[in-house]
Design a protein around this ligand. Structure first.
Ligand code: AMP
Ligand code: ZN
Length: 501
C-alpha cells in the first residue's frame, strides 16, 4: 500500500474554511501553483516563511509518493504599488530609481531570491514562469473575457466587470467579502477614472508615453495587470482546474479572489480545488513588511547586523523556528524564540548524527512493548504531517524520538529489546523526516570555519589580557561570549576551549 493511502492527507481549504481529505484530480499526481515574489526588492524573512510552507507541502507530498508539479512564478511586471489599479509598477519604479533597465532589476532580485531559497534549503519549483514571458497568453484571455461580455475596454485599458460576473456566479467566495459592501467601499471614482465601478479590476493597462515596460496589444501599447498573470501561468502549466493554489494570507483578497473570478469566467469552471494560505510572520504582533519598516533581510539575520536582532542566527535555526508553528498560525519574531530554536535544532540534529553512528546489532527475535512504542512514534510523525502538514506537532514527536536515540546511544535502551523491523521503521522515519521532509541540513561548514577563526583570535586576546593581569578585559571577553551563546572553558594548564550552546 502506498504511503499516501496509508496516511491520507487532510488540508485546511481556505475555500469553505473546512479541513478536507486531500484527493488530487489525477491519482498520484498533484498540480500546485504558488504566487512567487515580485522581484523589485530583496525578499524579507516574512516572504521566506510563505515559501517555506509550500516547500514543506511539496516535500511531504513527494515523500508520500505523489508526483508533484510545483509551479511558482516570478512577478516581473504588472504588480502596481499598494496592490491597486493605479500607481506605478513596482519594477518600473525601481528601474527608474536605480537607473537600470527593468530587466536588470528583475535579474538582480531574481538571483537574490534564488540565493536566499538555497540558503534555507527551500527546493526549486518544477517550473518557474515569468509574467513577461506570458504576455501573449494574457492578451488572449483579455480577448476571451471581452468576447464573453465580462470585461470592457476603456481608454486603451481592459477592466473586469465584477458586477457582470456576480450576476452569473458569486464574487467573494474565497475571502467571504460581501459584494454590496465592496461596491461601496474605497475611493469614489471621478471623471478621470477609466473604471466603470470601483470594485472592477485591471486586466490590461494602457501604457502612458513615459511608461517603460510596454507591449503592443489590440488596444494599443500597454502592460498586463497583476492578477491575470497568475491565472494564465497556472492554467497553462496545470490545466483549467488544478489541485492546490497557495500564497500568503494577505493574497486572499483581492489577488486570489480576482483569480477565481477571471478563471471561472474565462473557462467556465473553478480553477482550484484546495486554496492554502500561509499565515504572516509578525514583529510585535504587526505583519513583517518592507513598507512598515519592521522587516529584515536574511543576510541581516545571519550576521545579526540589525537593531531588532541580539545576534546572528543560522538559516537552519530559522527554518526550525518557523516550523515550530503550524503554517496557519501567525508567528511572532523574537530573539528569545530564535535562541530556543537554536538549542532545539541542535538537539534534533545531534540525535540524527548519533543515530547514523549507532552500530545497531543483536536485535530481539520477538516484538516487545518497547519496540512497538518506537514504531508507533514513527507512525505519529506521519499522522501529524498528514494532518494538514502539521510541522509543529511532528517536531514534538521528533523530540520524543531524539530522547529514545540518546537512550540507545547511552545503552539505557538496548537493541536486544527491539526487533530489527521496529528499529528500522523508527530510524528510517527519523532520518527521512529530518532530512527529506523537514529539509534540515548540517549547519553551514563555511560559517563554522569563520567562527573557529574568530574564536582563535578572541582566545589569544584573552590569554594576553590574563598575562597582562587585565582581568577586567579577560572577564569581559568571557561574559560577552557567554551572552552570545558561546561558553569559554579554562583548563588547569592555562589552555582555553570553547563550546557553542
Ligand atoms: P510579494 O513579493 O510581496 O508579492 O510577497 C511574496 C509572498 O510573501 C506572498 O505570498 C506574500 O503573501 C508573502 N508575504 C509577505 N509578507 C509576509 C509576512 N510578513 N509573512 C508571511 N508571508 C508574507
Ligand atoms: Zn499570484
Amino acid at each position: 500500500m502506498k504511503l499516501f493511502e496509508r496516511f491520507p492527507v487532510t488540508v485546511s481549504n481556505s475555500l469553505g474554511g473546512q479541513k478536507e481529505t486531500f484527493k488530487p484530480l489525477i491519482e498520484g499526481f498533484v498540480g500546485m501553483y504558488v504566487c512567487g515574489p515580485t522581484v523589485y526588492n530583496h525578499v524579507h524573512l516574512g516572504n521566506v516563511r510563505t515559501f517555506l510552507t509550500f516547500d514543506i507541502i511539496s516535500r511531504y507530498l513527494r515523500h508520500l509518493g505523489f508526483k508533484v508539479r510545483y509551479v511558482r512564478n516570478i512577478t516581473d511586471v504588472g504588480h502596481l504599488e499598494n496592490d491597486a489599479d493605479d500607481g506605478e509598477d513596482k519594477i518600473a519604479k525601481k528601474a527608474k530609481l536605480e537607473r537600470l533597465e527593468p530587466m536588470e532589476v528583475v535579474k538582480n532580485y531574481t538571483e537574490g531570491f534564488h540565493e536566499v531559497m538555497r540558503q534555507f534549503n527551500i527546493l526549486p519549483p518544477s517550473i518557474e514562469p515569468t509574467a513577461t514571458g506570458h504576455i501573449l497568453e494574457q492578451i488572449e484571455i483579455c480577448k476571451k473575457l471581452l468576447d464573453a461580455g465580462i470585461a470592457y475596454e476603456s481608454n486603451g485599458s481592459i477592466y473586469f466587470s465584477v458586477r457582470t460576473y456576480n450576476q452569473l456566479q458569486p464574487y467573494g467566495i474565497l475571502s467571504g467579502r460581501n459584494i454590496e459592501e465592496l461596491m461601496e467601499s474605497g475611493r469614489d471614482l471621478d471623471a478621470q477614472d477609466e473604471k466603470r465601478e470601483k470594485i472592477d479590476f485591471a486586466l490590461w493597462k494602457k501604457a502612458s508615453p513615459s511608461h517603460i515596460m510596454r507591449w503592443n496589444s489590440p488596444w494599443g501599447p500597454g502592460f498586463p495587470g497583476w492578477h491575470i498573470e497568475c491565472t494564465v501561468m497556472s492554467t497553462k502549466y496545470l490545466g483549467e482546474t488544478f489541485d492546490i493554489h497557495g500564497g500568503g494570507m494577505d493574497l486572499k483578497f483581492p489577488h486570489h479572489e480576482c483569480e477565481i473570478a477571471q478563471a471561472s469566467a474565462a473557462n467556465g469552471k473553478p480553477p482550484v480545488r484546495y486554496w492554502i494560505h500561509s499565515n504572516m510572520l509578525t514583529v510585535n504582533g504587526q505583519k513583517m513588511s518592507k513598507s512598515l519598516g519592521n522587516s529584515f533581510l536574511p543576510a541581516e539575520l545571519f550576521s545579526g547586523n540589525h537593531p531588532l536582532l541580539s545576534r546572528g542566527f543560522s538559516p537552519m535555526t530559522v527554518r526550525f523556528f518557523m516550523l515550530q508553528s503550524h503554517y496557519s498560525s501567525t508567528l511572532d519574531f523574537s530573539n528569545e524564540a530564535l535562541q530556543a530554536a537554536e538549542k532545539g535544532y541542535r538537539r534534533l540534529f545531534n540525535a540524527l548524527l548519533a543515530l547514523k553512528a549507532l552500530k545497531a546489532t543483536g536485535f530481539a527475535e520477538t516484538s516487545s512493548a518497547t519496540g512497538a512504542g518506537l514504531a508507533s512514534l514513527a507512525d505519529d510523525c506521519y499522522k501529524n504531517m498528514s494532518d494538514d502538514f502539521n510541522t509543529a506537532t511532528t517536531l514534538a514527536v521528533l523530540f520524543e524520538m531524539s530522547s529514545r536515540i540518546n537512550d540507545l546511544h547511552a545503552g539505557v535502551l538496548k537493541t536486544s529489546e527491539i526487533t530489527e523491523s521496529d528499529f528500522k521503521k523508527f530510524a528510517d522515519t527519523y532520518i527521512m523526516m529530518m532530512e527529506d521532509v523537514l529539509g534540515f541540513l548540517p549547519e553551514q561548514q563555511e560559517g563554522s570555519a569563520h567562527l573557529k577563526g574568530a574564536m582563535d583570535v578572541l582566545i589569544s586576546l584573552r590569554k594576553k589580557a590574563k598575562a597582562d593581569r587585565n582581568f577586567q578585559l579577560s572577564d569581559k571577553i568571557r561574559d560577552d561570549l557567554k551572552s552570545a551563546g558561546i561558553q569559554l572553558k579554562d583548563g588547569k594548564d592555562g589552555t582555553m576551549s570553547w563550546e557553542a550552546e
